[in-house]
Design a binder for this molecule. Structure first.
Ligand code: NAD
Length: 452
């Protein structure tokens, strides 16, 4: 099928390349010429494992190209995916300006029947608003139909998630739209029996926000329990192991840490809360607000833990922050808990040196007031404290003796359970896990299972 994907970012670029990979003829669109140039050269403009290979392979077949020219794209596509950003607006609802701009720019070029498929995460009602806008502006009028197809890919595994998703959800208002989308995704559905859930528009729009709100709730729940455990001297790692064997609970996505961040979970939670408020679902809004409060509190807790281990004073103390990306495997620093903690420490007067294996350029752009070091060891130079804020596996293999030779004091806080604490303690380090209060954990028990 002839497809366009409008918005070539973390969602749109893997989707465009993935659709070409399953045999479609794809034009990706973006307003940013530099991004388009990079993508046409087979390079993602952000770090995503496997994306460059997927781009190169499909550009090579002639089935994939990127452009800034919407006229060209409109003439090409029988299905137009919308994959532009929907960041948080000032009141927590989605800022739909990118979406409105993209649709307003596309619609006047639609002269024949086609299907517009929203992939961006939005609140219920947006698809109908897009439909009204497009039918007003498109010469083809009612012959343009709108469907919604929320995306569940995770940064860091976006390529696999695009080619082998665990489900495809399509919200449609006609049998023709369903037929088109079934045909479009047929290679994926056939190749690994991926379930296809067909819903109405509003349900499809709500599925994504619901999934992310649930994941956020799960993370905040275990972080709240971690804090309770620390207060009473219980071991949260054993606790997670014990409850996770219940098949209704499971072990995954249940690791206490610095909380969630990134370009999706926080803003989707805020928009869901806004939606609960605006529909009068007071209890739902209160629940969602609590999830957010617990999440933000973890960042505060990390700063206070740093202050505690530094004997109550942050001003003038040198802190190495290892990790700026919102999670390991990506360079995305949008609403990154680690970078936020680094900024808070800086604002409290600490001299902060940040290192991240991939996220340095984006972090520098987002938080220019911080200092950045080219390696983890350089960040640790003369440090009074090393604070691990992103769970990069490479931090696990660092040599605690060599790093210790660089620091002023061998003192480390791990917020991610990534450090093998026994190794570092054997090298003379004081290691504190954010999920325990240092004083409440019996010394003879050593590090948690997660840490060793
Ligand atoms: P992004 O910022 O990485 O990408 C958006 C792209 O759209 C940018 O490249 C931008 O230049 C481009 N753009 C903006 N206005 C445009 C216009 N008028 N025409 C063409 N291009 C335009 O954002 P993202 O992370 O890819 O998120 C996009 C949507 O996908 C959001 O709604 C997000 O919630 C959703 N989503 C993201 C992920 C993820 O992991 N990032 C996962 C699922 C869903």
């Amino acid at each position: 099928m002839k497809i366009t994907v409008i918005g070539s970012g973390h969602l749109g670029a893997p989707h465009a390349a993935g659709m070409a990979d399953i045999g479609h003829d794809v034009v990706g669109v973006d307003t940013d010429l530099a991004k388009v140039a990079a993508l046409n050269a087979g390079r993602g403009w952000f770090h995503e494992p496997g994306l460059d290979d997927l781009l190169t392979r499909n550009i090579g077949t002639g089935r994939l190209r990127f452009t800034t020219d919407l006229t060209d794209a409109a003439a090409h596509g029988e299905v137009h995916f919308l994959a532009v950003g929907t960041p948080s607006g000032p009141d927590g609802s989605y800022d739909l300006s990118q979406l409105t701009a993209a649709v307003s720019a596309l619609a006047p070029h639609l002269h024949r029947p086609c299907l517009i498929v929203g992939k961006s995460t939005v609140s219920p009602g947006t698809a109908r608003a897009v439909e009204a806008l497009v039918r007003r502006l498109a010469p083809a009028g009612d012959a343009v139909e709108v469907a919604w197809n929320p995306e569940f890919l995770r940064e860091g595994t976006a390529v696999a998630d695009t080619l082998t998703p665990d489900r495809i959800v399509i919200g449609v208002s006609s049998a023709e739209a369903e037929k088109s989308l079934r045909a479009l995704y047929a290679p994926i559905i056939k190749s690994h029996g991926c379930p296809l859930v067909v819903t109405d528009l509003a349900t499809a729009e709500m599925v994504k926000a619901t999934a992310n709100a649930y994941l956020a709730t799960r993370i905040s729940f275990i972080n709240a329990v971690a804090e309770m455990s620390a207060a009473i001297g219980a071991d949260v790692t054993d606790l997670v192991e014990a409850i996770g064997y219940d098949t209704r609970i499971g072990h995954h996505y249940l690791q206490p840490g610095l909380g969630f961040g990134g370009g999706c979970l926080p803003k989707d939670l805020h928009a869901f809360t806004h939606q609960a408020d605006s529909t009068g679902s007071t209890e739902a809004a209160a629940l969602l607000r609590a999830v957010d409060t617990v999440n933000r509190h973890r960042r505060h807790l990390a700063v206070e833990l740093a202050r505690t281990v530094l004997d109550g004073t942050l001003a003038g103390r040198r802190v190495a922050v290892w990790g700026a990306a919102f999670k390991a495997g990506v360079d995305d620093v949008r609403d990154s808990p680690g970078l936020d903690v680094a900024v808070r420490l800086h604002q409290a007067g600490a001299q902060v040196a940040v290192y991240d294996p991939q996220g340095m350029a984006q972090a520098r752009h987002t938080a220019p007031a911080l200092s950045y070091a080219p390696t983890a060891a350089d960040a640790a130079q003369d440090a009074d404290l090393v604070l691990v804020t992103t769970g990069w596996p490479e931090f696990r293999s660092l040599d605690p003796y060599a790093i210790g030779d660089r620091t002023a004091v061998r003192r480390l806080i791990d917020t991610q359970g990534v450090i093998v604490a026994a190794r570092w303690r054997a090298a003379g380090w004081t290691v504190t896990d954010i999920s325990y209060r240092p004083a409440s954990r019996p010394a003879q028990r050593g590090p948690s299972r997660q840490l060793v």
